[in-house]
Ligand binder design. Sequence first.
Ligand code: SAH
Ligand code: SF4
Length: 349
Amino acid sequence: MKIGERPFRAKQLLRWIHQFGAADFAVMSDLTKSLREKLSTIAVIELPRIIADHVAEDGTRKWLLSVGAENGIETVFIPEASRGTLCVSSQVGCALACTFCATGKQGFNRNLTVAEIIGQLWIANKTLATVNDGDLVQVNKSVTNVVMMGMGEPLANFENVVTALDLMLDDHAYGLSRRRVTVSTSGLVPAMDRLRERCPVALAVSLHAPNDVLRDQLVPINKKYPLKELLAACQRYLPAAPRDFITFEYVMLNGVNDKITHARELVKLVQDIPCKFNLIPFNAFSNSGFTRSTSEAVRNFRDVLMQAGFVTTIRKTRGDDIAAACGQLAGQVKDKSKRTARSMIEAAQ
Ligand code: SAH
Ligand code: SF4
């Protein structure tokens, strides 16, 4: 929308909202009075409302945010010694229905707006700055990294996610480097190509299986974009990526995808792709039907990948006492989809 103001006014406005956390045009003292009045008649600064705010024993913090109509989303902050990572949601629920994922089990309601996505960062920065920890040790309180790994498939909400990413990267807003912002996708191939062209941030791909037969069962979108196409999209992404590798996420499901034979098959599958692996011990939720791989199975799996030359980390499970760990985010979703994955995917193309 054009309102006939000079470009530097937009920068001032971005700084007020995103850097100083202003939620009211009236406090923006370096804007003219007439501009402040004009803005308050044509726009509102509206933030998701905090319904619950929990801090886990390890310092991980989870907010449940209302986005109206009895829908809630979750945002998780993970403090570490050298960084603070915010895990941001992109949709209310998810239509892609991966069988091991609490969000996927809930169904889908709607895409989040740009304001609802960037509002999660706004709220985290603002509340972390004023936190009263009591006895908790939070080494790093500010958000230095963002991962789009909360509820939803970010690339199925492409335009809103990309606009929010632009704000994360904008020096007048959050000023994060592209290396510190990661989009995680279950593999929407055409949207991966569009992300490369529009906003090539770091990319994580949820692989979870070394062959199509198994991946079809765990990640149903694989039937539409099988491994060969997915890996080709990863190759195309690499020249534009801010890091010279793709991160493959692999959830470790006891007896399902965690055998040594799977690890060997995986090595062959990705041998031509510069990549790192992040093994995620499965986080349980009720009626999931899966159990977590044993520590021994995870270590043996990792060893096969490492011996083949792939850097492999085992993700520490953070915040599981407040159901804030990967795949446990459930928020509140009024499912409207009845599994309309196909229409979602078509919309994402
Ligand atoms: N939709 C995107 C991003 C959100 S999920 C995607 O699928 O990549 C973030 C990560 O958590 C994904 O790798 C996902 O597969 C993983 N995940 C989902 N459910 C999980 C569970 N129950 N335990 C551990 N990891 C899980
Ligand atoms: Fe959606 Fe990701 Fe969960 Fe699959 S793992 S259902 S894509 S949020």
